[in-house]
Design a protein around this ligand. Structure first.
Ligand SMILES: Nc1nc2c(ncn2[C@@H]2O[C@H](COP(=O)(O)OP(=O)(O)O)[C@@H](O)[C@H]2O)c(=O)[nH]1
Ligand SMILES: [Mg+2]
Length: 209
């Protein structure tokens, strides 16, 4: 008999397995059937969502990394080994967006969040250099109204000097502490350098079936 894998090793294997883009929704009326537990990634346009999905799955171009902020306007579903659905939500907070557009975004995200009974976790991505901004606070207020708990993930950690990391984490923890549904723990990641990626895989793998 072989010993069971550690949670870290089990997570590594899960994310090294097949992962396929299966569905892109431009409205919350046309979501795929709920067969798997889901974890969703949300954040400002350019926060690094697509890059993080690629880093987690070890693929260069599974989720499209955009050169144009705000280009991803659909909800993209990635089936991870038939065990977990990774969901890349459209970005928000792009300065050129009109009120109508941001209302439409909010409506789409809110109806996604309300409809998915198998949504286990939302990760709210924050560019580590910028920290929590007003638009992030608005989304945290929105998330507080749903039943799903969410964790803050600082992205682009490689852009911080070592001395800037602890203050950035502390500020994000303080922002999270003001919100009822936010988890206390904040993760620092770099999709480019791999920092924090294995830990995030282990966290997400706990929701896999
Ligand atoms: N330095 C650095 N840049 C990153 C990292 N992740 C993403 N980026 C850059 O940030 C920009 C937006 O990334 P993208 O994944 O498309 O963000 P999205 O709009 O949230 O999906 C791109 O220019 C990426 O190359 C990272 O870990 N480190
Ligand atoms: Mg994207």
């Amino acid at each position: 008999m072989t010993e069971a894998d550690s949670p870290e090793e089990a997570a590594r294997k899960l994310f090294a397995g097949p992962c396929d883009f299966i569905w892109g929704s431009t409205s919350a009326e046309q979501l795929p059937p709920e067969k798997l537990n889901e974890v969703a990634f949300v954040g400002r346009s350019n926060a690094g969502k697509s890059s993080l999905v690629n880093a987690l799955t070890g693929r260069k171009a599974l989720a499209r990394v955009s050169q144009t902020p705000g280009a991803t306007r659909q909800i993209n579903f990635f089936n991870l080994a038939d065990r977990l659905m990774l969901v890349d939500l459209p970005g928000y907070g792009f300065a050129k967006r009109s009120k109508t557009e941001s209302d439409a975004w909010q409506e789409m995200i809110f109806s996604y969040l309300r409809r998915r009974s198998r949504l286990r976790r939302v990760l709210l991505l924050i560019d580590a250099r910028r920290g929590v901004m007003d638009s992030d606070e608005m989304v945290m207020n929105l998330l507080d109204q749903t039943a799903v708990s969410y964790g803050l993930v600082l992205t682009k950690g490689d852009e911080l000097k070592p001395s800037e990391q602890a203050p950035a984490l502390e500020a994000a923890r303080a922002a999270a502490a003001k919100h009822t549904a936010a988890l206390a723990e904040v993760q620092l990641t770099s999709s480019f350098k791999g920092e924090g990626i294995a830990a995030l895989r282990t966290h997400l793998a706990s929701f896999a079936q």
